[in-house]
Design a protein around this ligand. Structure first.
Ligand code: ANZ
Length: 794
């Protein structure tokens, strides 16, 4: 009998689906393991190898947990609102609702081919009213508690997708994360969530088991800086200007001040003869985005305002300049420039011939000839902090500032509030209406879901498509009164995915987004997905969890306890993407070799966190391994195991168990291959055969289930994961290979503690060896401890 995957896959997929429906007990939280792969979005592309690489191994891990007695919850759903789905619909000239539904069905068929044990009963689709009603509820909860607000701000504008973007969606080269367009800056009134209220707490990762790199990326993104706010009086004015500095120890070296072009005081302090040049400069700077302005290599530009501030430590007059290397969105939007010790200030001072003073001496006695001295050192030319180390000087200076009321200690974050409004159609409508005076009001919960209208010209045209819906405008007036207007922006899809994990355990609940009961499933125990979400989804979800906790809806602090990033599968070393035309569809391989072979091949490619370059050359090798496994398990033998047999068996159980717990799928498969190689000729007794099938099943579930069912009446995944006997792992004997001139002539088994001389004489006594050594002169005896003996003869 041949192993024909195509004959068995559908059968087991159906059986597992029925089993999940009947045997999964949502009430049993005692042994719960909530395992989640990152939300997938139906963009119109079919699932590619990268998706499989996320879902297949994740399911292998889940099956292993199930066999260890856990009640495993493994839901699936679709992040169905948003630009990928909408852009696909526009391109194909269909309504996004229609294309999204179709794409979800295709993806579901593909997902089923993986043979994963999903809780489809708990499916969540974010574009359905039953879901987005609660996304709107979430927004309103945040709004009512001052965590959602509207403000006019300079924001990122994507000219291709015709919408604003969050800072997190702009890549380090200034382009849009999705469309690749160079992002522009626009002053617009937008909706923000106050993630900055949680900046400090978001830096606490102590309860999380997360990849170090992701933690570091979030830390950098949040960017906590310790320093001081210092107030400078403006000469001849009543106003003061505050600056944020991380180097209060350099205050004696401050020789000028810089305001961001958008700083509110620029206009009032600029002298009349400077106003034209300042005005022109401000106009020019509007064309530059933040990244261009922060570019260290860019030639510095700026203008003098004609005004001065007074340095509080020495009463020196410092000219106030306006320059775009100072950003309005960071700190206070103004800096004290210390050209001796800040490189940007140095270049600026050189260009405009401003005073450069040295107030820090470092160990290597650097000079200010070509550049600023930026490191720590010892204060000089600094009066009461002279000779103090940088760290001590910072403390002494902050004390002095606080005592004399010129400033105070301060902590500043790089993190900005999260911009969630989008000028696009396919998203959750923001549940806000405006009265005839333009004042915003939350839509009362009884009117939720505040539905997304259908009578809309949804192609992007720079203003929000919802504005063209007559139905929405009529609805608003009918409910709220004449002259009332709806909010016409929709929410960023990251808002939908910021809370979906809370919905899964209670996905059918019509009265609540989730309940205290369903919350018992949370937090998610294992979350598996791509590292590209480090500073977007993963940060937003942590924020939303903490906010909902503070509003009394949740009793835990973090959404995802253990996080694992699978690596990326590349094609010819570049990331697979439809635009590059280098995506590889899994379907052809699944059809040809079967789902198990494909899954195992992906897992065997390399360490799970590293991914690899796709190449189908090795897939037949894996297919052969599964065929050999099949052969090994269709006929049972009956014999007594040798010590070596026992060792191999127990060592395989041990290794596979440990590797699976650590998601080291590739090494686990290697151990299983070694096992098959070892036992294929000998065959297996029924007991050991069952153990091997159990070990193999999480990796090749269809094959495993089929083999198990030949000997047993229940599912292999309901069986208990095999335990190993550690006594059998202590090898009391060892096998020594005997070579003559490098050729294998025999093996002997000896006790582990046998001495070298004894081993050599035992080898010489071996019958076959004796024959070959007969009358020959041994010129060398080589012993490789615990492995082999080689006799070199003439
Ligand atoms: C004086 C000084 C002297 C500074 C010195 C640095 C070195 P991080 O570490 O990123 O927090 N800064 C403050 N606000 C700014 C803004 N809105 N735009 C551009 N630059 C700004 O950086 C803090 C430092 O960046 C601050 O400390 C300030 O320059 C500058 F030897 O103040 B420093």
């Amino acid at each position: 009998m041949e192993f024909k995957p195509q004959n068995i896959e559908k059968k087991w997929q159906k059986a597992w689906n029925d089993d999940k429906k009947s045997s999964f007990n949502i009430k049993n939280v005692k042994d719960k393991k909530y395992c989640l792969t990152m939300f997938s979005y139906p963009s119109g592309d079919k699932l590619h190898i990268g998706h499989w690489y996320n879902y297949g191994p994740a399911d292998t891990f889940c099956r292993y947990l199930k066999m260890n007695g856990y009640n495993v919850f493994q839901p699936q759903g679709f992040d169905a609102f948003g630009l990928p789905a909408e852009n696909y619909a526009i391109k194909h000239g269909v309504h996004p609702r229609e294309s999204t539904e179709k794409n979800i069905n295709t993806m579901k068929d593909q997902l089923k081919a993986i043979g994963a044990m999903y809780n489809w009963e708990n499916e969540v689709i974010t574009c359905q009213e039953s879901y987005y009603k609660w996304t709107q509820w979430l927004f309103l909860e945040l709004y009512k508690n001052n965590l959602a607000y509207q403000k006019e701000a300079t924001v990122n504008w994507d000219p291709i997708d015709q919408t604003v973007l969050a800072n997190e969606q702009v890549l380090s080269d200034g382009t849009s994360d999705r469309s690749g367009a160079l992002v522009e800056q626009k002053l617009l009134k937008q909706w923000f969530l106050k993630i900055t209220d949680y900046a400090d707490e978001l830096l606490d990762f102590s309860s999380l088991n997360w990849p170090k790199k992701t933690v570091r990326m979030q830390q950098n993104w949040i960017g906590r800086s310790r320093g001081a706010i210092i107030e400078f009086s403006i000469n001849d004015f009543n106003d003061k200007i505050s600056v944020f500095t991380t180097r209060p120890d350099t205050l004696f070296g401050a020789t000028y001040m810089v305001l961001a072009p958008e700083h509110p005081l620029v206009e009032s302090i600029t002298s009349s003869e400077k106003s034209e040049s300042v005005f022109d400069y401000i106009k020019d700077s509007k064309n530059k985005n933040e990244l261009q302005r922060m570019d260290l290599d860019r030639e510095k530009t700026g203008v003098f305002t004609g005004a001065y501030v007074i340095n509080p430590v020495n009463d020196k007059k410092m000219p106030i300049w306006v320059a775009d290397y100072v950003l309005m969105g960071y700190g206070t939007g103004a800096i004290m420039a210390v050209p001796g010790h800040d490189q940007r200030d140095y270049e600026f001072a050189k260009k405009f011939d401003l005073e450069i003073l040295q107030v820090v001496n470092n160990e290597s006695n650097e000079t200010l000839d070509n550049q600023a001295i930026t490191g720590d050192g010892v204060c000089v030319n600094s009066d009461f902090i002279n000779d103090l180390s940088t760290q001590d000087a910072k403390n002494v200076m902050i004390d002095w500032l606080e005592k004399n009321k010129y400033g105070k200690k301060s902590i500043n974050f790089r993190l900005r509030d999260w911009l969630i409004s989008r000028q696009r159609y396919w998203g959750t409508p923001i549940p806000i209406v405006y009265d005839p005076d333009g004042k915003a009001h939350p839509i009362p919960e009884e009117h939720l879901p505040w539905t997304l209208p259908d009578d809309v010209e949804y192609k992007p045209k720079g203003t929000s498509p919802l504005g063209s819906s007559k139905e929405l405008i009529d609805r608003t007036e009918k409910i709220f009164g004449k002259g009332w207007k709806p909010e016409i922006d929709t929410m960023d899809t990251f808002m939908c995915s910021s809370w979906y994990y809370l919905r899964y355990p209670d996905s059918d609940n019509k009265d609540n987004p989730f309940t205290l009961e369903s919350n018992k499933w949370l937090p998610v125990d294992h979350y598996i997905g791509g590292a590209e979400h480090a500073t977007m989804h993963l940060l937003y979800a942590r924020f939303i969890t903490k906010a909902l906790r503070d509003l009394g809806h949740l009793s835990f602090d973090e959404p995802f306890i253990h996080l694992f990033h699978q690596g990326t599968i590349t094609k010819d070393s570049s990331k697979m993407s439809k635009s590059k035309g280098n995506t590889v569809s899994p379907d052809q391989f699944v059809d040809k070799y079967g789902s198990d072979t494909f899954r195992c091949y992906l897992m065997f490619m390399g360490p799970y966190e590293e991914g690899g370059d796709w190449n189908d050359k090795g897939i037949t090798g894996i297919h052969r391994f599964l065929n050999r496994s099949w052969k090994l398990c269709i006929n049972e033998k009956d014999y007594n195991l040798t010590k070596d047999d026992e060792y191999i068996l127990n060592n395989t159980i041990k290794s596979v168990t440990e590797n699976l717990s650590d998601m080291k799928f590739n090494t686990a498969i290697s151990r299983l291959m070694e096992f098959v190689n070892y036992f294929l000729k000998k065959g297996l007794n029924k007991k050991e055969m069952n153990i091997f099938i159990q070990l193999l099943s999480p990796f090749a579930p269809h094959l495993g289930e089929e083999l198990w069912n030949r000997n047993n009446n229940s599912s292999v995944f309901s069986s208990d994961w095999p335990a190993y006997n550690s006594e059998k792992l202590d090898k009391s004997s060892m096998n020594i290979a005997i070579q003559i001139n490098g050729k294998l002539r025999g093996t002997i088994e000896v006790d582990l503690d046998t001495e070298k001389d004894k081993i050599l004489s035992l080898c010489k006594d071996n019958t076959n060896v004796k024959l070959h050594l007969d009358k020959k002169e041994i010129i060398k005896e080589i012993y490789v401890p615990k492995k082999l003996v080689n006799f070199v003869i003439k």
